[in-house]
Design a protein around this ligand. Structure first.
Ligand code: BES
Ligand code: MN
Ligand code: MN
Length: 465
C-alpha cells in the first residue's frame, strides 16, 4: 500500500471533480418529479464502477428504482466483501435555507473542515461516502493490490425505506453471497477521534389522522361545542411522553435491552463536550429522557418524535375556522430487540385508545426496520480497526449511532452476513439538512483507509482458516 498516499495526492482533483458530477444529479427518491434523475444516477454509478475496475456491472431492475450491481472476482478461494451504499438522496427543501443551490456543488472551507468541504445534497449521505469505495477500488486495481473478491450493491431507495431491496436480496442470494458487508453511510466522532459505528437504531414511521366534524366550521358558531381535531391531536401527542420524557405507550419498553453500569461507563469514555454540543445547535439546554446522558439518549434509548404536523389554516392573515382534520407524521427510533412491526402495532392500539369521543383516529403505518448491533470481536471489526490505526494513527472507538439503515438487519437475516460500518462523515455535516457537506479531508481519508480494510480482512480471514 505504499503508493496509496501519492496516488490520492496525484488524483485528488479528479476524484473531487468526478464526485461533483454525481452530485449534480438530483436523485431524490421520495419525489416522483426526479424519477428520471434517479435512473440517470444509477447509470452514472454503473459507469464509475466499470471505470474503476469492476469486471461485471449490471443495472438490476426492481419494482422500484434499480440496484447497481458490480463485481471483481479474483478467486473462489479468497474472501468476498460486499459493499453497500445508496445513490438516492433526501429532498433538498427548504431550498431558501441553502447558501448555494443543492445541486450546484460548491467547495468551501469551514472551521471543522479547513481543507474544504463539498456542499451539495448527498455529498455525505451517501454519494460522497459511496464514491470513496469506487475510488478505493480504482486504486487497488491500478496498483494490483486488491487482495480479495469485491461486490458492490448500490441502491436507489434507501431514503424511502429500501422497500424493494428486500425483494432484490431474496431473489439474488447467490449473486450477493459474501463474507462480510462493508458500508460507509454513517459518521465518526471527529477527524481526530476516529470511531466505528457498532449499532444502528430501528425505526417505525407512522402517519396519524384525526377527524372531527365532516367539514371545516366557523370557529365562532361552533367553537366550544365540537372537538377541534388540532386541539385533540396535540393533546394526544403531548400525552405520549410523561414528565420524565418516558414514552407512555404500554409495552413500548418491554424488549429494550438495558445496558449494564459497566457498559454505560465504557460508553461515557467517548469524548463529548456538552457545552460545544449546545453551542453548535444554539440551544440553551439539552432535553430528553430522565436518567440518561445525551449520548445515551441518542443511541441506546428509543424515542418518539413528531416529524411534521398540519391541518387548518396556515395562509396569510387570520381565518376563523375549526378544521375538519388534523395530521401528524411520527417516527419512533428503536433499539435492538424491539421489533418495529410490534411497536407499530402497540402505537396504533394505544393511539386509537386515547382518542376522546367526538373524533375518529386513523393510524397509517409507513415503513420501518429493525435495529442492529455489530460484534466487535469479529475479524471484520478487527480489520476495520487496524485500517483506522494505520491511517489515523489511533485506535477507533466503537460507538453506537442513533441513525437507521434498516436493510442491515435484513442482510443478516437473508444473507447471514455481518456488517461493518466504516463511516467518515461528521454529525455537523448536516445530512438531511440544508447545506449538507462532506469534508475533502474525510473523503480522501476514507479512500485511503478502505484499502487497508481489504488487506487486513483478507489476512485475518486466511489466518482463521
Ligand atoms: N445514512 C443515513 C443513516 C445514518 C446516518 C446512520 C448517520 C448513522 C449515522 C441513512 O441514509 C438514513 O438517513 N436513514 C434513515 C432511515 C430510512 C428508513 C429513511 C434515517 O435514519 O432516518
Ligand atoms: Mn445514508
Ligand atoms: Mn439519509
Amino acid at each position: 500500500m505504499e503508493n496509496i498516499k501519492s496516488y490520492i495526492r496525484d488524483n485528488k482533483q479528479r476524484f473531487i471533480a468526478e464526485l461533483i458530477e454525481l452530485l449534480k444529479i438530483p436523485s431524490v427518491s421520495a419525489d416522483p418529479t426526479y424519477k428520471n434523475d434517479v435512473v440517470r444516477t444509477a447509470k452514472e454509478v454503473k459507469k464509475s464502477l466499470e471505470k474503476a475496475g469492476c469486471t461485471k456491472v449490471e443495472i438490476c431492475k426492481t419494482p422500484g428504482f434499480p440496484v447497481v450491481y458490480g463485481e471483481r472476482i479474483i478467486a473462489d478461494s479468497l474472501p468476498t466483501v460486499l459493499v453497500y451504499g445508496h445513490y438516492d438522496v433526501q429532498p433538498a427543501d427548504p431550498l431558501e435555507l441553502w447558501d448555494h443551490p443543492p445541486y450546484e456543488p460548491k467547495l468551501k472551507s469551514t472551521k471543522i473542515h479547513p481543507d474544504g468541504a463539498i456542499f451539495a445534497r448527498g455529498a455525505c449521505d451517501d454519494k460522497g461516502q459511496m464514491f470513496m469505495h469506487v475510488k478505493a477500488l480504482e486504486y487497488m486495481v491500478k496498483n494490483n493490490e486488491l487482495p480479495c473478491n469485491i461486490k458492490f450493491m448500490i441502491e436507489g431507495e434507501e431514503e424511502v425505506g429500501s422497500e424493494n431491496l428486500g425483494w432484490f436480496i431474496k431473489r439474488n442470494k447467490e449473486k450477493l453471497a459474501n463474507d462480510v458487508i462493508l458500508i460507509s453511510d454513517t459518521g465518526m466522532i471527529a477527524n481526530d477521534v476516529p470511531s466505528i459505528t457498532t449499532g444502528l437504531r430501528g425505526l417505525s414511521y407512522v402517519e396519524v389522522e384525526v377527524t372531527g366534524p365532516n367539514r371545516d366550521l366557523h370557529s365562532g358558531l361552533y367553537g366550544g361545542a365540537v372537538a377541534n381535531p388540532i386541539n385533540v391531536l396535540t393533546k394526544m401527542i403531548a400525552s405520549l411522553h410523561d414528565e420524565n420524557n418516558h414514552i407512555t405507550i404500554p409495552g413500548f419498553y418491554d424488549r429494550v435491552e438495558e445496558l449494564t453500569t459497566a457498559e454505560r461507563a465504557k460508553m461515557a469514555e467517548a469524548p463529548f463536550n456538552l457545552e460545544k454540543y449546545k453551542e453548535a445547535l444554539k440551544i440553551n439546554d439539552v432535553y430528553g429522557e430522565k436518567g440518561f446522558t445525551t449520548n445515551e439518549r441518542n443511541s441506546i434509548r428509543p424515542t418518539l418524535d413528531v416529524n411534521g404536523i398540519w391541518g387548518g389554516y396556515i395562509g396569510e392573515g387570520a381565518k376563523t375556522v375549526i378544521p375538519s382534520k388534523a395530521f401528524a407524521k411520527i417516527s419512533m427510533r428503536l433499539v435492538p430487540n424491539q421489533d418495529w412491526e410490534e411497536i407499530t402495532q402497540l402505537f396504533k392500539i394505544h393511539f386509537e385508545s386515547i382518542a376522546p369521543k367526538g373524533v375518529t383516529v386513523k393510524v397509517k403505518p409507513h415503513h420501518g426496520g429493525q435495529g442492529y448491533v455489530t460484534p466487535i470481536d469479529s475479524i471484520a471489526y478487527k480489520a476495520a480497526s487496524k485500517a483506522y490505526e494505520t491511517t489515523f494513527g489511533k485506535t477507533p472507538i466503537p460507538q453506537r449511532s442513533g441513525g437507521s439503515i434498516p436493510i442491515v438487519a435484513m442482510f443478516e437475516e437473508e444473507l447471514k452476513s455481518k456488517t461493518v460500518l466504516m463511516g467518515f462523515g461528521l454529525d455537523s455535516d448536516a445530512i438531511h439538512s440544508p447545506n449538507e457537506h462532506f469534508g475533502v479531508w474525510n473523503f480522501l481519508k476514507g479512500i485511503e483507509t478502505i484499502p487497508y480494510f481489504y488487506k487486513h480482512f483478507t489476512e485475518l480471514h486466511e489466518d482463521g482458516k
